[in-house]
Design a protein around this ligand. Structure first.
Ligand code: ADP
Ligand code: MG
Length: 809
């Protein structure tokens, strides 16, 4: 050990503050450079790499070539606006996602100046003494100087997920996870010099597309294909009618722009990313865009009890002794908590016991420990007595402790533990547990030849109160109203779990099962009853996996909480793995969402946030796609009816920019529907048959109205320019009312949406009445009669929506 310390010029007390500074200046921070963010200029230029933009630019060049400067200018302006809008959206998404990364900081426990502290892992430097325990992520490459039952998972580096045992002098690699045991190591390499740093550039994962983005993308492709066929057909038809090729080409390209929902994926990503930020404000850090989507459709929340539904602030409130002094002695010594400034540092159960147990400041040297483990549900420490003998002290779940007891200490008289006495004690345990108490049993023995945790002598019980969180009951009832099942999973006693679950409203049907009973069930038997079980008690972490799997098999979207190393597989398997802010690094890494405040209520808030985002995405997808469909149908219709085209290229581009702009953006930030948590979860597709039918119907109404008014104008003798202006304005007003249709029935007013609609309408008035703009857009002023017709016809879209709401309910 000392040669390792000398090698890194450090000592067992750690580096001094000044040395740390010196080394940090010399070696830099312990920081792995992620893939460099795309430079803004590249992000901007990449917006041009789009087939539609390319076509528009060709169209602009073509019109310039034939001397049509105005049209060329209009098209270039449209290109610029499209590019800027795309750029802003992408930039905002990027920033939103980046800002979240800062919230997930890595920490490390170091010893410096002979003092142990938790620091930001970035501040580690060569020669730092790092202390590692179960569940931590290794913060740098370390050379180990001391280990105890250390095993770790190096799959981040090697890809092999088998546990690896490590001993002193071995190297522990950055980003490995400590599965069990503990260790002390000296920092050997930091940042990009670590093994993982050296390959960081290679293994950076690509951002994956969310299923929603994929589905929307697919819809976009289908629409694009249709639009392209239509555009080509129109192009050929118009050519045959003898209209000059450049003009025809421009029309076809503009139509394609108006009919293809090219902006959708970007708006979608932006909406999800902004949603992530909003959730982070309410202490739920969602790690991937994908999970924002999944949250909204969650159907079951499986929650831990301690610390999530309850305060995790324990107090001993009941006791039962056969030997009080011995019980308190065990409570003090078989304990890993420290009380400093009246605060518990370490395990809360331990802390409460430490606070409660009186006197007995006998400081027996601890020689060994069999740590607390959520599978065994007990812990044992071994101490050296003054006479040289060793004493074994155990505490844990009372029935487990009792099973290991052979004797009972009756105020100093050691007697055999008779079956009746055991029965009586267990009854006492049941009684205490029924009062919502976590009961801990205590036992000891003078160390002998037998295994450490056998033939123990029982001394007493302590009952700890851990009150339910104040808002938990309300959050549970919110879930039930929202059609989400709440399941409590705990390592605690059946009766304790039962009492608390009843109080919180989780246990309503009396269906509670213990880990042991679950073990006995065959897969079939379990699947039959799984959907009714509301409480799992005395569960082992590994069983959480089985619970998730069963619930998923029953078509649930499962959110599952966890904090320990053993919870990681279930967190990964769950649709939404939820780690506690206080949990281990391993659990956090395996999860999709981290609750900074460890609170069940936060999960429910996140689900609500997810539902809101889902609704808003549905709003603007429906809105934009129906605009696209409407535009295609209108053009196809007029073409089939052998009418002139109702919109010119500038107008089509205007439609695309103005309509995809303010109203669509504002639909994405509407407030939550009033009934958002009073309706069952919606699983799966946003683009259900129902929604697609609605889109088609809305598009059809717009197309029929526009064609009808256009032909009425044409056959009524109006000049084409005027007829086109009226048809174009009608189509715009249709869009605006359609956006209005999409508003939320929310507590929050839709003022931004209304503002967006009004702005778009004012812009439309500008291009109708300002002479310079009339030249550009080839519009004419519209008279009052035409406005009345437009208002009347456009309002059919409101009626259409009302009818659909009735029919589709
Ligand atoms: P939960 O699922 O509620 O978090 P835990 O896994 O923390 O439950 O605890 C499960 C059981 O382990 C408890 O009911 C208790 O019997 C035992 N236990 C918990 N903490 C300790 C401790 N510090 N010492 C001894 N036994 C403990
Ligand atoms: Mg726990």
């Amino acid at each position: 050990m000392s040669d390792i310390l000398t090698k890194y010029e450090t000592s067992i007390n750690g580096l001094t503050a000044s040395e740390v500074q010196k080394r940090q200046t010399k070696y830099g921070l312990n920081h792995i450079e992620e893939k460099k963010p795309t430079p803004l200029i590249i992000l901007f230029l990449s917006q041009f790499a789009d087939i539609l933009i390319a076509l528009l630019i060709i169209a602009a060049i073509a019109s310039f070539a034939i001397g049509d400067i105005i049209d060329a200018g209009v098209i270039l302006l449209a290109v610029l606006l499209n590019v800027i809008m795309g750029f802003i959206q992408e930039y905002r998404s990027m920033r939103a996602v980046e800002s979240l990364k800062g919230l997930i900081t890595k920490t490390a426990i170091v010893k410096r100046d002979n003092e142990i502290n938790e620091i930001n892992a970035e501040e580690l430097t060569i020669g730092d003494i790092v202390i590692l325990e179960e569940g931590l992520k290794v913060p740098a490459d370390l050379e180990l100087i001391e280990t105890k039952r250390l095993s770790c998972d190096e799959s981040n580096l090697t890809g092999e997920s088998e546990a690896v045992k490590k001993e002193a002098n071995d190297t522990l690699y950055m980003d490995s996870n400590i599965l069990s045991g503990n260790a002390v190591g000296v920092v050997k390499a930091i940042g990009m010099q670590t093994e993982i740093g050296k390959i960081a550039g290679i293994v950076q994962e690509e951002d994956e597309e969310t299923p929603l983005a994929k589905r929307v993308g697919r819809l976009g492709k289908i629409l694009s294909a249709i639009a392209i066929v239509v555009c080509i057909a129109i192009f050929i038809l118009e050519l045959l009618k003898g209209i000059p090729i450049v003009e025809t080409f421009m029309t076809a390209v503009s139509l394609a722009v108006a009919a293809i929902p090219e902006g959708l994926p970007a708006v979608l990503t932006l909406t999800l990313a902004l949603g992530m930020n909003e959730m982070a404000k309410s202490k739920a850090i969602v790690k991937r865009l994908l999970s924002v989507e999944t949250l909204g459709s969650c159907t079951v929340i499986c929650s831990d009890k301690t610390g999530t539904l309850t305060e995790n602030k324990m107090t001993v409130v009941e006791s039962f002794y056969t030997n009080e002094d011995k019980t308190h002695l065990i409570g003090k010594l078989c304990n890993n908590a420290v009380i400093s400034h009246n605060e518990i540092i370490g395990d809360q159960t331990d802390g409460a016991i430490l606070r409660y147990c009186k006197g007995h400041d006998c400081d027996l040297e601890r020689v060994d420990e069999i740590p607390l483990d959520s599978n065994r549900k007990m812990m044992t420490t071994i101490h050296r007595l003054d006479n040289g003998n060793n004493i074994v002290l155990s505490k844990g779940a009372p029935e487990i402790i009792l099973d290991k007891c052979k004797y009972i200490d009756d105020d100093g008289n050691i007697e055999m533990l008779e079956a009746e006495t055991k029965e009586m004690i267990l009854e006492k345990v049941g009684e205490m547990s029924g009062h919502e108490l976590r009961v801990i049993g205590f036992a000891y023995k003078i160390r002998d030849e037998s295994e450490d945790e056998t033939d123990l002598t029982f001394t007493g019980l302590l009952g700890l109160m851990d009150p339910p969180k104040k808002d938990a009951k309300k959050a549970v009832s919110d879930c039930i109203n929202a059609g989400i099942d709440v399941v409590m999973i705990t390592g605690d006693h059946e009766k304790t779990a039962c009492a608390i679950a009843r109080e919180l409203g989780i246990l309503t049907n009396g269906k509670i099962i213990t880990g042991a009973e679950l073990e006995e069930l065959s897969e079939e038997e379990y699947l039959k009853i799984a959907k009714d079980i509301q409480v799992y008690a005395r569960v082992k972490p590994a069983q959480k996996m089985r619970i998730v799997e069963a619930l998923k098999k029953l078509d649930n979207i499962v959110a599952m909480t966890g904090d320990g190393v053993n919870d990681a597989p279930a967190l990964k398997k769950a649709s939404i793995g939820v780690a506690m802010g206080d949990g281990t690094d391993v659990a956090k890494e395996a999860s999709d969402m981290i609750l900074q405040n460890n609170d069940f209520t936060t999960i429910v808030k996140a689900v609500e946030g997810g539902r809101k985002i889902y609704d808003n995405i549905k709003r603007f997808v429906k809105y934009q796609v129906s605009t696209n469909v409407g535009a295609i149908l209108t053009i196809v219709g007029t073409s089939l009816l052998n009418l002139p085209l109702p919109f010119n290229p500038a107008q089509l581009l205007w439609l695309n920019i103005v309509m995809d702009g303010p109203p669509a953006q504002m639909l994405g930030i509407e407030g939550a529907e009033r009934d958002i948590m009073q309706r069952p979860p919606e699983t799966g597709d946003i683009l259900t048959k129902n929604t697609l039918l609605q889109i088609l119907f809305l598009g059809l109404v717009m197309a029929i109205g526009t064609i009808a008014v256009f032909s009425w104008k044409i056959y009524g003798g109006a000049d084409t320019k005027n007829a086109m202006t009226v048809a174009f304005t009608l189509f715009v007003v249709y869009q605006l009312l359609n956006a209005f249709n999409g508003r939320a029935n929310s507590e929050k007013s839709s003022k931004f949406l209304y503002l967006g609609i009004i702005i778009s309408f004012l812009l439309q008035l500008l291009i109708l009445y300002i002479p310079q703009l009339q030249i550009i857009f080839r519009t004419t002023p519209i008279g009052i009669m035409d406005w009345i017709v437009i208002a009347l016809v456009a309002s059919t879209i409101l009626i259409a929506q009302k009818i659909m709401d009735k029919v589709m309910k």
